[in-house]
Design a binder for this molecule. Sequence first.
Ligand code: SF4
Length: 293
Amino acid sequence: MHRPRRRSPHDLDRRGPGLMKLSTDRKTASRVRRAPNGDDKPTAPNAFGLTPGPITAGGSCQVTPFCKSCYAVSTSRRFRAVDTLLSDNLAELLPIVDDADALTDTLRPLVAESIRKQTAQGVAVPLFRWFWAGDLPSAAFGTAVRRLALEFSSCRFWIYTRSLNYVHRLIVPTKPDNLAVYLSVDAWNLEHASQLRDKFGDRVRLAFCAENWTDAAELAARIGETAPRCPELTGQIPLVVYADDHAKFGEGACSRCQLCTNGRGNVAFAVDRTPTAGQTTRREVLVELRRAS
Ligand code: SF4
């Protein structure tokens, strides 16, 4: 029986050099066209991805046990076309993954085309998110990301990464003003991330990732930090923001929020977005402790 292919939330876009492609993502889009059926579409791709998952299993990530909850892995498992796009990107870049010059030259047309499209559509400050899936696969890639931010100064770039041993290449010798660097922090890499935070100060921000909001706040508190909850995950900002019910075009949540795009401060992400998730568990633990004492 023929089954229509399901649409991906990360619709695929458009051929770059070789097989490489960018992705569209409503949350990170600078401009979104409303569709009557609710299938709203970003008008320009502005997100780059590679195969998620451990490097040892053909992915690009330095995973921790937290990564079992990875949305990018589940998205690429559900949508074969997404998996193909991401693995094509990785396959094209692997031969040059340690060559910063070649990476910069290969990625430049993709970035340039995204910015050109956004600008032509009237977007005042184009946005570009590195690694909606996957992660920095090498130190040289970090250099390429930094160089491209310096080159395309009209665009705001942002990245969340667990490739903590490559982070210095994003910000040394100088961190571009238009590149926000977030260390993705969980219970397993907290200490390393904290060391880098001490070393690099505000050149890096921290994205605390946990199963629920309570755990994310506790993670931050363990190293003396605070982090507001991502307002899109809490529902304070919709996935796509429209001026009114009749507006044909809107913008993605990140474009409206600008916390991460501008690197204004730390942020917290939770797998379970319900406001009280985790609190019940903690109360139960306290009850148990009282019973035991
Ligand atoms: S905090 Fe704001 S900028 Fe960051 S991911 Fe959430 S909506 Fe986007």
